[in-house]
Design a protein around this ligand. Structure first.
Ligand code: UDP
Length: 326
């Protein structure tokens, strides 16, 4: 059934893809985004767009009556969170608390929240189930975990139907919707910038991790599979409950393996150099995502790394065509 939804952060990477898919599924979508890291032209055509702070906007907007909120708006860079923690405690935690209060005041029944594998920190064993200990190694993860705790108590006390989705490493693109940050920090887009010639080489952050080739291992998930899970979460949310699901493919790829996949997809040699570890980075994060499969009926259909990189590569090339005065 069609719902009326607020999508915070719908001008960003994951938010814009999810908003586009929600609109295609027949939902009515209002995107709220302050454009601090998003782009106005990434907001899907069928959405109403309000430029503004997620919390401040929600405090009045939700009075119109909505079926739910998908809360993507956030600061999401591990390195930056270690340098400037206030940006994360204020930007993520304070904003989300105000949003929760606005939802309570206006009786908005459903919330789907973008949580993260960074809430787990360095795991005791791999792959990581939702029952694993949460000991974030960086402020980004700590801020998202604090919000998860708040959502649990709001759901219990106020009857909110809430789902937190713990993303592993989101990658790939959906047609014209993809990852484009002013300063890119994520591995796959950086490697593809080397392939386009916009960057000379990729730095491998650490080669002394306790992994097979010494580089850090991550679970890369296609952004469209991720978007599908949001729709299932919205449909499956239950009043008074806060459910938490990992979203990943259950397969880890090392930094070196990702670079190799990009070499194969792009046909570019992609020079790489070893650099020191990045502060706050765990050695390996791989999802046990059985709960999302069993309870939400979620089946990721785009797990192949070359396919994920291929979609990101097509997007990167099309953006260069669109923007490049060189
Ligand atoms: N990484 C790297 N070089 C880069 C960017 C990232 O070696 O230029 C590594 C990073 O240390 C991590 C992995 O690639 O182990 C994925 O990092 P990313 O920033 O894409 O996602 P995160 O895991 O931090 O969410």
């Amino acid at each position: 059934t069609a719902m009326k939804l607020v999508v915070t952060g719908g001008a960003g990477y994951v938010g814009s893809v999810c908003a586009a898919r929600l609109i295609e599924a027949g939902h009515e979508v209002v995107v709220v985004d302050d454009l601090s890291t998003g782009h106005a032209d990434a907001v899907p055509g069928g959405a109403r767009f309000i430029e503004g702070d997620a919390a401040e906007t929600a405090e009045t907007l939700l009075g119109e009556g909505f079926d739910g909120v998908l809360h993507f708006a956030a600061k999401s860079l591990v390195g930056e969170s270690m340098q400037d923690p206030g940006k994360y405690w204020n930007g993520n935690v304070v904003t989300s608390l105000r949003l929760l209060d606005a939802m309570r005041v206006h009786g908005t029944p459903r919330l789907v929240f973008s949580s993260t594998a960074a809430t787990y920190g360095e795991p005791d064993s791999s792959p990581i189930p939702e029952s694993a200990a949460t000991r974030p190694t960086n402020t980004y993860g700590a801020s998202k975990l604090a919000i998860d705790h708040a959502i649990t108590s709001y759901a219990r006390a106020h009857g909110l139907a809430a789902v937190s989705l713990r993303y592993f490493n989101v990658a790939g693109a959906y047609g014209a919707y993809g990852e484009r940050h002013a300063t890119e920090t994520h591995l796959i887009p950086i490697v593809l910038q080397v392939a386009t010639g916009d960057r000379e080489q990729v730095q491998i952050y650490g080669e002394d991790y306790p992994t097979e080739d010494g580089t850090a291992v991550r679970d890369y998930i296609h952004v469209v599979d991720l978007a599908d899970a949001h729709q299932l979460a919205l449909a499956g949310a239950a009043a008074g409950e806060h459910r938490i699901y990992n979203l990943g493919n259950g397969t880890g790829f090392s930094v070196r393996q990702v670079i190799e996949a990009c070499r194969e997809v792009t046909g570019h040699p992609i020079p790489a150099a070893v650099a020191p570890r990045r502060e706050g980075d765990p050695a390996a994060l791989v999802a046990a995502a059985g709960r999302a499969r069993e309870e939400l009926g979620w089946t990721p259909e785009r797990a192949d790394l070359a396919g994920i990189v291929g979609d990101a590569w097509r997007f990167t090339q099309s953006r260069r065509g669109a923007t490049a005065p060189r």
